[in-house]
Design a protein around this ligand. Structure first.
Ligand SMILES: [Cu+2]
Length: 128
């Protein structure tokens, strides 16, 4: 992990871009690099954290992959709101704005299964 950070810092200095730190070396540990907030869900240890997030309509939710493996953020087939991040690599982010109140289930296509509600790596956004 330490060597990864040094490599990351060196890469950032060389390129002048902090974006160069978005690699599996920097985010390979147990969720390092992502901190959940009132509008951010982290993907850590093959799960969404928090799994249940409540927001107010009009807010934009950000999902960030803090794992070293790929994940997706995919609406369940019963969700009335459609969103799909596609494959997100380590450090990758996806955003979706929820304008309508409701309960929206979603899952990771790699580590979860569609359903009502989905199972495995899955979560819920409650919009008030
Ligand atoms: Cu996953």
């Amino acid at each position: 992990m330490l060597s990864g950070l040094l490599k990351c810092a060196a890469g950032a200095m060389a390129s002048g871009l902090l974006l160069s730190c978005n690699n599996s070396t920097a985010y390979g540990g147990g969720g390092g690099g992502c901190t959940p907030t009132a509008t951010q869900v982290c993907m850590v240890n093959i799960s969404f954290s928090p799994a249940n997030l409540t927001i107010t309509h009009g807010m934009t939710v950000t999902w960030m992959n803090g794992d070293g493996v790929q994940h997706t953020v995919t609406n369940s087939s019963t969700s009335t709101e459609a969103f799909n991040s596609g494959q997100l690599g380590s450090g990758g982010t996806f955003v979706h704005t929820f304008n309508t109140a409701g309960t929206y289930h979603y899952y990771c296509q790699n580590h979860g299964a569609d359903g009502n509600p989905p199972t495995g790596m899955s979560g819920t956004i409650t919009v008030n």
